[in-house]
Design a protein around this ligand. Structure first.
Ligand code: Q46
Ligand code: ZN
Ligand code: ZN
Length: 319
């Protein structure tokens, strides 16, 4: 960091410079700024209020534990949900990430709900992947399906109002870029900082960190001394998401603020009606409309929404 930067609040040497905001802050004022900004975004995007019961999905990584820490500091009623995926592959990934989540909750006297996938369904995510047709040998699609289902179910069965996740701007911009390059309208329409519950079995979903860069969340976790798992899931390597993050980082180096502008312009375009949706195919009063304007059916086995009539993808997977 060059000496021309000073903390905007106190003039001390900064720990971080954020060119997209023309803002540098010191070790004391940066974590405060993150907390204040998060509260501002929660209100601006109508994510939730202090009356809501929140469930934070935590993976043991920096983003989700930082999110839990921020919401806890802001005085929200927020419990954690850790999903043990049974991913070990010689790395001990699941065991270590759970230990970080457990420790975080114990230090702050917070409630952590743990769901153990192999114990509940008799198979780990890698095992489900081996016999699933949707996976093409890669576990992320099966893993995403199982995690989404468990989150929805735990939130619904335990009376939570809102499910919160630690997606940051790098995550959101990479997803948007991937979907935009192939104009995947369904996915683009579903991508929002707040997703309303479109079916009685769902809860609202919110991403309070969606405007922070990944490097900002790493700095926050470090300054708050949050002990998180540094290693990524062993299956993260070589994923599309990491590739698009790298591309956007290259763009960001020549054009500071490009990532933020890309995502915020998308939200603005949505607000101005570029992606207006119409509800098509609603033929039955028991059907709901999904975020993309498509009808949602109810799975006859588990009661969760599904985009095609009959058993949902999760019930087909776990049998
Ligand atoms: S945990 Fe699961 Fe991720 Fe691992 S298997 Fe893929 S989706 S990379 S966030
Ligand atoms: Zn300062
Ligand atoms: Zn089902």
């Amino acid at each position: 960091m060059t000496t021309k930067h000073r903390c905007r609040k106190c003039g001390a040497p900064p720990v971080i410079n954020m060119p997209q905001h023309r803002l540098a802050l010191c070790a004391e004022h940066f974590p405060q700024w993150i907390v204040e900004q998060t509260e501002r975004f929660i209100r601006k995007y109508h994510m939730f209020t202090h009356e809501d019961r929140l469930l934070a999905a935590v993976s043991g990584g920096k983003d989700s534990l930082s999110l839990w820490d921020i919401l806890w500091q802001l005085g929200y009623t927020v419990d954690g949900l850790y999903i043990s995926l049974g991913i070990d592959d010689g790395t001990g990934y699941s065991a270590e990430s759970q230990a970080k989540a457990d420790q975080f909750a114990a230090q702050r006297n917070l409630k952590l709900i743990v769901v153990d996938v192999p114990a509940l369904y008799g198979e780990s995510i890698p095992q489900m992947t081996q016999r699933s047709q949707r996976s093409k040998g890669k576990p992320c699609s099966v893993c995403g399906l199982v995690k989404r289902r468990i989150m929805d179910q735990i939130a619904r069965d335990n009376g939570y109002d809102v499910l919160v996740t630690g997606h940051n701007l790098d995550d959101e911009a990479a997803t948007l870029l991937a979907n935009t390059l192939i104009w995947d309208a369904d996915r683009i329409l579903r991508q929002q900082p707040v997703l309303e519950a479109h079916h009685p079995a769902l809860r609202r979903k919110a991403k309070p960190l969606f405007r922070f860069y990944e490097r900002e969340m790493a700095a926050y976790a470090l300054l708050r001394k949050i002990d998180y798992i540094y290693d990524e899931c062993p299956y993260a390597e070589g994923t599309r998401s990491i590739f698009f993050k790298q591309l956007l980082n290259r763009l960001e180096t020549v054009q500071p603020g490009a990532k933020l502008k890309f995502y915020l312009s998308f939200l603005q375009a949505r607000e101005s009606g570029l992606f207006n949706i119409t509800a098509e195919g609603i033929t039955d009063e028991n059907m709901s409309i999904g975020a993309g304007g498509k009808p949602l059916y109810t799975c006859p086995s588990c009661g969760q929404p599904t985009i095609v009539p009959g058993l949902c993808a999760f019930c087909r997977l776990v049998g």
